[in-house]
Write a new protein. Structure first.
Length: 150
């Protein structure tokens, strides 16, 4: 089973004056820590909600030119037994590279295995096409030969 895991990271940034600047620096800093080993991890702004008013807040909290930015890190984990197993693998792999940054698993989505089965079925030859080809190979070769003759 394959799973898509989204992990929230609280990334500290220093010497920032705006939330936008803090987010840009946090994404850059996180990308540097993850690359090149985990260049397949997608980094995006996280979202924060006000616990009292249900409003959405900016992903960065700034105080005294220092900030704490909520980022979402998304990766796909392959060949796991359960979704909890996928979460542990994602936290371990990301956590090894993001030292002293707290992580929390936000979402685990089991990816459809039907897509793989359909792809395998599409690769198998059908009764009308015993060679497994698409049937248009004969159409392509004469055009190619015509180009060579010119």
């Amino acid at each position: 089973m394959d799973c898509r895991v989204v992990v929230e990271a609280a990334v500290p940034v220093y010497d920032v004056s705006t939330a936008d600047e803090a987010v840009r620096i946090a994404i850059s800093k996180t990308g540097e820590m993850l690359n090149p080993d985990l260049n397949y991890v997608e980094i995006s702004m996280g979202s924060r909600d006000c616990p009292h008013c249900d409003d959405e807040l900016e992903p960065a909290f700034i105080a005294a030119d220092e900030g704490l930015v909520a980022l979402e890190l998304e990766m796909t984990v392959f060949n796991v037994e359960r979704d909890e197993h996928a979460a542990r693998i994602a936290r371990k792999e990301i956590g090894k590279r993001l030292k002293n940054i707290p992580l929390e698993v936000l979402e685990i989505e089991v990816l459809e295995e039907e897509d793989e089965e359909e792809a395998e079925a599409a690769d198998e030859p059908t009764e009308t096409e015993p060679d497994g080809g698409s049937g248009d190979e004969d159409d392509v070769l004469p055009e190619f030969e015509e180009l060579i003759d010119e």
